[in-house]
Structures are given as structure tokens and as C-alpha cells.
Design a protein around this ligand. Sequence first.
Ligand code: IMP
Length: 835
Amino acid sequence: MMAEKKTLTPSNNPYKGMDAEALKNSLVNHLEYSQAKDEYSATRLDYFNSLALTVRDRLFERWIDTQQTYYKKPCKRVYYLSLEFLMGRALDNSMINLGLREETEKALDDLGLHLEDLVEQEYDAGLGNGGLGRLAACFLDSMATMALPAYGYGIRYEYGIFFQHIRDGAQVETPDPWLRYGNPWEIPRPEYLYPVHFYGRLQNKDDGTGGVEWVDTQDVMAMAYDTPIPGYRNDTVNNLRLWSAKATRDFELGYFNHGDYERAVGDKVATETISKVLYPNDNVFEGRELRLKQEYFFVAATMRDIIRRFKKVGGKKYTTLPDKVAVQLNDTHPAVAIPELMRILVDEEGLAWDTAWDVTVKTFAYTNHTVLPEALETWPVDLFGRVLPRHLQIIYDINYNFLQEVEKLYPGDTERLRRMSLIGEEGGKTVRMANLAVVGSHSVNGVSALHSDIIKRDLFRDFYQLWPGRFNNKTNGITPRRWLKSCNPALADLITRHIGEDWIIDLDELKKLIPLAEDPAFREQWRRVKLANKERLASYILKSNNLRVEPHSLFDCQVKRIHEYKRQLLNVLHVIALYNRLKDAPASGDRGGRTVIFAGKAAPGYYAAKLIIRLINAVAEVVNNDGHTRGALKVVFLANYNVSLAEKLIPAADLSEQISTAGTEASGTGNMKFALNGALTIGTLDGANVEILEEVGQDNIFIFGLKTEEVEATWRGGYDPWQYYHSDGELKWVLDMISQGYFSPEDPGMFRRLTDSLLHHGDPYRLLADFRSYVDTQDAAATLYRDQEAWTRKSILNVAAMGKFSSDRTIGEYASEIWKVKPVKITRPAPPPPG
Ligand code: IMP
């Protein structure tokens, strides 16, 4: 599938020349149909909605064709189960994928409107925390673009990731009511409504089969909402189906029976809280009952829907399910799908246990996203058994069979049995969801080469010894449609003018930029595009933070969730060191001028991460207002990082900060987005940085710090932060300033907890060990930046080397190596010629 050369010749681009006039009419019709009949009173939001509906009409025709084709052609389908889909805005992406953007711009011009203004009206669909959720969104785009019969399944949260405000330097959260003004992209599907059971008890069936029944349950209904997912100019429109919780009719009947209206309505509200809000944690497990209910709620409805579709296309023998259905589990969050499928097959469909287990393992595949211990899902057995009694029993049965198999291979090795058990015994019994996911899947993958190695030799070592063939790597990727063509139109156009447009669906084409790196005229154009993007970001910073930044300065960006392992604090230490140098010797130091930009949300309950945000803002306050620096250093914290802010910020970056402690970041995808937009990376050998280095070559990236094995050695051989403190005067100065209140004169002890964690509490992220090599590498970056020709050359070579990091490549590997699904071409009648 991947070998075939892909091109976008005019003949396979049926949208070229679609009539701007027709679009305009359609837009005006929608506008007239809405309340805004009087053209003069129409707001930008009215225009946005009308434009969205205009685009939606074109999506829906193709959506119906696509879904019907999947029924007519007996194909294997893939289901991507994820508790998060961080979609961002849909309008620009839909126009691009339908090939409508240029015509729409023309049509709007005629109406005296600017497309950009309307695009800005759309609320982000922020149903995710960070990398894992955005990966799911990029995968949907790639699956549709590669014409795969694929479905996304998740929860239609009423509130997405919270809004972040900065008040007096601190993060303040408010809810994200993203559906308040309606969502033009979704279609409610009340006909897809399934009951989901919770709690209750088990009793033996009285039919003599020895089977078990789950009775006296509390039930919630799951209702489907569909969002069309268009492929890039290929007529495929796949489906993202999100479930919303609705009370069952029983609540209303209960009211009539007991006359307790208030109670009936109260119970209804309580039931519907299941799909109310996304848990705002990234890489941290929070074992709340409601979260477990969310996981089962969406999995139960999804498995019902999958089985319904399987039966509808004539599937009767469940042993053929894996020939028709592949289910990918995005982390362990949907892993309860494994016992759920067992429950359906054994309790409801009457399959023998062993047959059902064989079908289940062949159906599921699991992606691991983290090795951080605090992120691993382990549910207290008591809680799990109360909410899902039958599933707990099934997990115990799976575990019994599994441990017997292990015991046969490793007789008497009780330590191994203890480690591999699906039930943890330390600190109270728990269900280990990662072990369940590994045992219940035929494929387990990590998300970068390094991460996949680490899970094989560390996290899942015993399982890898048992089933080496089950483990594989699928390095993450990003969609070039959103992360270059849509977010950076000027750079995309410059590239297309020189190498053609095939890179949009075949990112390896970017290699053709390599010779252009030697062309001074091309470099000049490249620099102009970057400068214009930086000027746009500078205007945004002026508006949002009331701060002027110099567009010619080096834009040094660290934007991602705030987490200790990602080491924003290390970046701050460097900023303070630069500040000290500028104060000390205003003529020397980092004279190129640098604007250090941070953005990212901290989990609301994560004290240290929130304190780091306060420190960044406190340092910004001091640095930005100190005349000694003469504007050579500015620090910016941009509030409310989300997909739309990323789309503004990434095209304007010069330097991409990817500085996590080696061995902690599974992949990272921000690193890929920055490099694809011409930023150079300063990073550790962590996650996908290792592969970015391989692709761009060591001359075109700034690598520093301990390697994974060296970090591991500090755990075995001891780590002494004081050694660095006492031997590095610059480091000591910086740490003393923070701990003695230089940045918090009104509360000198405010940030001491941060320096204490580095010096007194064993700092698991080894910041001080990497400080010197980080600062020296930053100096090298600053020196290079002064040579704009050399910098631009490397910027071009970075973009040229990003082919591997297209999510099309990633999805191609999942499809052929794990899912065994093939493209299904959607054919439509050609549109009438223009005019
Ligand atoms: P689902 O795949 O059953 O959820 O249905 C999604 C869409 O596929 C429907 O709204 C129809 O447009 C189409 N569809 C469903 N069932 C059939 C069928 O039996 N033949 C052709 N198209 C179908």
C-alpha cells in the first residue's frame, strides 16, 4: 500500500475549479435560512455558521456515499477507541480536505468578508489533554486520507479541557462550554441508543448452563453523535462517533410511581453526569469512580455498535469477528473492552470460554503511551467489583488461565507470577489495566523506537519474554494537512511552488527541498515567510499579554502540558542565567536577542506544575521590566494553550524546546510539528527526538544531556545534586535567586519548594545533571542564529527531513502490520464542469 506512488494530478482532483458562485449562493441561502435574515445585522458568528453549514452539505453527501460503500463492499473495518479526541477547529481543515478553500476565499471576498475572521469564530473541540488526544485526531485525518474503513469512538463531553486564565501570574481554570453556541459539525443519532449497565449483582442462570447473570443493575443510555471526518481530496468521509449519556425512561416512570418528582429529576441529572466533563489530567492516573464509569460507558456502547454492524453485514460466526473487525485501544483507558467482549460472547452469545478468548485476543491491539508509574491505571478491586461485578469476575478468570500458562513455563517462579498477575497485591488489591491490555491483545506497541525498547526491556519485560512477537513499534506522526498546509499557508505555498503539491499526501516528497537549501534566493523567501509568521505572533502577544516583542529575535518556544518530567523548570533556569549575564555585562552575553515563549496547562490538582507557571510569570515580570537587558531578553507565558493557539505559534518558532529527561517522554509530537514548520530542535535523546536526530543529522539539531542509560545509571549509582550546585557558579547563582525570593520579594519563600525538590528531595528528573550541557548548547544555538544564512539552511533541511513523521506513514504501518485493513476507494460521479 505504501509503495504505490501518490500524486495529486488534476485528474484525481475533482474539486479544482469548483464554482465560487455556487458556494456563495449556498452560503447566502444558509444565512437567510438562519435567524440572521437581515444582512446588516448578521454577525461574524452568523457568517461562520452559514459557511460551516455550506461546507457541511458537501461533507454529508460524501459521508453517506462512504458509509454505504462500506456496507456494499465486504471490508474489514478498524475501530479506534480513545477517551480523548483533541480535534481543534474543523472549518479550515474541512475546506482544505474538500479542496474548497481557495474558492471559498473568493466567494467571501465578493461578500466583503475575510475567511480568517470567520475561521476565528469557531470554538475549539478540546476533548483531550495533550499528545494522546491530538494523536487520535491526526490518526482520524490520516485514516480518511488513506481511504481506510475506519471509525473513531469516544465520549461527547459537554465540557472539554478547561480554559486557562492567568491572574496575578497564577493559573485559574474555568469550564469550557464548547457546545453553548451549537456545533455545526455533529449530527445527533437518536436511533443509535444503547443501555449501559452498572452496579447490581451476579446470580447463577436457572437454565442449567452454569452461566452467570448480571442483575439489579442501574442503567444509563448512550446516545450517538456523529462527526464527519473527510480525507484529503479523495471523497472518503469517515465517522467519529461520540457517546452522550442520557437517563433511561425508568426515571420518568419512577416519578409517576412514587410521586417524587424532585428525586426523579435529580437521579436523571446524576446519570447524565457520566459524559459531563473530561478529566483534565495528562500522564497522571486519577482513580475516581466516575472516570471508571466513563471508561465502561463508552466501551459498552461502542462494542454494542461494532457487534450490530458485524451482524448487519451477515456476520454470524463469531470466530470470523477478527476477519471483519480490528479494535485499537488508545492507552489502557478503553481496556475494559476486553472483558466486555468476553461478557458479550460468553454470557449473551453462548460461546465457549476458550473460543471467546481466542476471538477477543485476535480482535484487540493496545498502544502504550507512557512508562511513568504515576500514569499507570490500577483500579482498587473493591471499587471495580462494585461498579462492574461481572467484569471483575471475568478478569479473575482471565488471570487464572493466564497464570496457569505462566506457571507451566516457569514452574515455581512465584515472583514472576506476582509481577505478571492482572491483580496487584501491594497496598490493597488492584486491577492492573496495562497487564490486562497486554494479555488481551495480539499486538502491543510503543510510540517511538526508544519508548518501544523501554517497554520491552523494562515495563513489560516479563511479557516480552513470554510473547516477543506481540510487541512492536509505531512511531507517532502528525497530519501535514493541519500542521503545515492549514496552519502555515505561506510556507506551504512556497514549498508547493518549488516542488509541487504531492507532499500533502506523500510527505517524503519534502526531500526535494534539500538542493534548495543551497539557493540564497530561496533562503531569502523562506526567511520572509518565517518573519511574517513571527510578526503575526508578535501582534497576538501584544494583544494578549500587552507585551512588545522583537520579531527579529530568536523565538524560543516550549509549549506543551506543564509537567515536571517535561522540565519547563530547566528552561527557566537557563532564562535566569541569561538574565544574569545581561545584567552583569550588558555588552556581551546572548546579544542576538531572544524571546522565550511558554504555553501549557497544568492539571488543576498538580501543585508543583502550577507553581512552575507562577515562577515563569514572576521571572517574566522581572526580566521584561529591567532596563539593563535593553530588550535583548523577553519572557512570555501565553494563556490557554490549545490546538488553535498551537496553529498560530508553531509556524512562528525558531527554536523548539524538547527537553524532557531521557527515558520519560514516550514520543512527543510537538517536536515533529515544530520541525515541520522550520524550527530547529534543542532536545534530549528522548522519545521521537532520537528519530528526528536520525532524519535531520546531527549538524541540524541541538542535542544535549544525559542519555537514557545514563539516567538509569544515576538511579543505581546514586545522584548528588549538590555536586552540580557547588561546582557550577552560574547554576548556584540561579538557584539561590529563586530560593531567596529574588522573583517573589513580597513572599521570599514562595518558590523554595521548587529548588528544594531539585536539591533536597532527590529530583527524579535530574535537572541539575543536565543544566551545564543545556546552557552550553543554548549558547551554540544563539551563536548560530546570528548567522542567518546558516540558520535558514538548517531550517530548510529540517523541513526536508520530516517525511517520516507524517501520520500517514504511521497509519500505513498500523493498517498493514496490525489491523490488516485495506483502503476502500469511494467513487462519486464527477461534478458538472464550471459555468
Ligand atoms: P452505521 O454504519 O450502521 O452506523 O450506519 C452509518 C450509515 O451508513 C447510515 O446512516 C447509512 O447512510 C449507511 N448504512 C447503514 N446501513 C446500511 C446498509 O445496510 N446499506 C447501505 N448503507 C447503509
